[in-house]
Design a protein around this ligand. Structure first.
Ligand SMILES: [Mn+2]
Length: 286
C-alpha cells in the first residue's frame, strides 16, 4: 500500500508483513526542526533501525522471536523542514491512512523530535497518554511556536487526553502549576518506583498511548538526545513499566522519540533499539 507522505529508507532487517496485514507498523519521523540544544534527531529513525542489526530477534525474556511476528516498516515521513505542525499533520495523515487500511494495527513511531508525537495522538485518539520524559513539555509556547517539542504534552492534554508522566526532572514553575490545575500527574525521576508507576496508571482510561522520550533514561544510556538531563531512569525501570501497560491496558500506539546522534552504533540508538524489541516482544507474548 502507498502512503502520501512516506518514502523508503533503511528498514528493519525483517519487514515481514504488508502494512495492511501487520500487527505492528514502524514509521520513522526524522524531524529535528525545533531542537534546542543537541542536534541530530533527524538521524534517529535510521540510527535505531541500524542498531537493531546488533540484536537477536529472539527476546529471551519472553520466549518470543519478533521476526516471527507480523511487523511492517513503511519508511519515514517526508518532513516539512522547520515546521513541526505541518510535519505532525503528515504524521497524523499517515497514521490515519494506516488505521483505515488496518484498524487493529499498532503504529510505532521512531523519532525525531517529540513534537511529532502529537500527530500520532491526533490520529489514534487514545484516552490516556503515558509518557517517560525528563521534561514536562507543558509549555504554552516555546520560541514563539506552540508546536515546539517543549509544548507537546500541553497540546495533547488540550485534546482531553489524561496524562501520567515518569522520569521528570525538568520544568518551569508555570508548567508545574499547569499540571496541578489540569490534573496531570507526574513522578520525579528521584522518586520513581514501580509501585508509584502502577498507582498512577492503574485508573487511567483505555486505550493508552505510550510515549518514550529517550531522555527519560539516565544520561549514561542516552548521551545523544536533543535536551539531555542528568539523573534519569534505569533501563529496566522503563521496560518493567512498559510490560505492565502491555499486560494490563489496551495500547493505541507506541513511540520512541528524541534519539539523535551522528554515528552508527551510538549508545542512545542501542538503548532505543533494545527497548523497541522489548515492547514488540512483550506485546507478542500476548
Ligand atoms: Mn524530554
Amino acid at each position: 500500500m502507498d502512503f502520501l507522505y512516506t518514502y523508503e529508507t533503511l528498514k528493519l532487517e525483517f519487514p515481514l508483513a504488508e502494512p495492511e496485514d501487520a500487527r505492528f507498523v514502524i514509521l520513522g519521523v526524522p524531524f529535528d526542526g525545533t531542537t534546542s540544544f543537541k542536534p541530530g534527531a533527524r538521524f534517529g529513525p535510521t540510527l535505531i533501525r541500524h542498531a537493531t542489526l546488533n540484536l537477536e530477534s529472539y527476546v529471551l525474556d519472553y520466549d518470543v522471536d519478533i521476526a516471527e511476528l507480523p511487523i511492517a516498516d513503511i519508511g519515514d515521513v517526508a518532513v516539512v523542514a522547520g515546521d513541526p505542525r505541518k510535519t505532525a499533520d503528515r504524521v497524523r495523515e499517515t497514521v490515519e491512512e494506516l488505521k483505515r487500511a488496518n484498524p487493529s494495527v499498532i503504529p510505532i513511531l521512531l523519532g525525531g523530535e517529540h513534537s511529532q508525537t502529537l500527530g500520532a495522538v491526533e490520529a489514534l485518539k487514545p484516552k490516556s497518554y503515558v509518557v517517560f520524559d525528563a521534561h514536562l513539555d507543558l509549555r504554552e509556547s516555546y520560541e514563539d511556536n506552540p508546536y515546539n517539542h517543549a509544548c507537546v504534552a500541553r497540546r495533547i492534554a488540550e485534546l482531553g487526553v489524561k496524562e501520567a508522566m515518569f522520569g521528570i526532572r525538568s520544568g518551569t514553575r508555570e508548567e508545574v502549576a499547569y499540571a496541578e490545575e489540569s490534573g496531570i500527574q507526574w513522578v520525579h525521576a528521584r522518586d520513581y518506583s514501580f509501585d508509584a508507576f502502577v498507582e498512577l496508571v492503574k485508573p487511567l482510561p483505555e486505550p493508552v498511548y505510550i510515549s518514550i522520550d529517550i531522555d527519560a533514561f539516565d544520561l549514561s544510556l542516552v548521551p545523544s538526545t536533543g535536551t539531555p538531563e542528568a539523573g534519569g531512569l534505569r533501563f529496566w525501570d522503563v521496560v518493567e513499566a512498559v510490560e505492565w501497560l502491555v499486560e494490563n491496558k489496551r495500547i493505541a500506539g507506541f513511540d520512541i522519540m528524541e534519539v539523535a546522534g551522528s554515528e552508527l552504533g551510538d549508545v542512545t540508538a542501542l538503548t532505543a533499539a533494545k527497548l523497541l524489541f522489548h515492547f514488540i516482544g512483550a506485546m507478542g507474548r500476548l
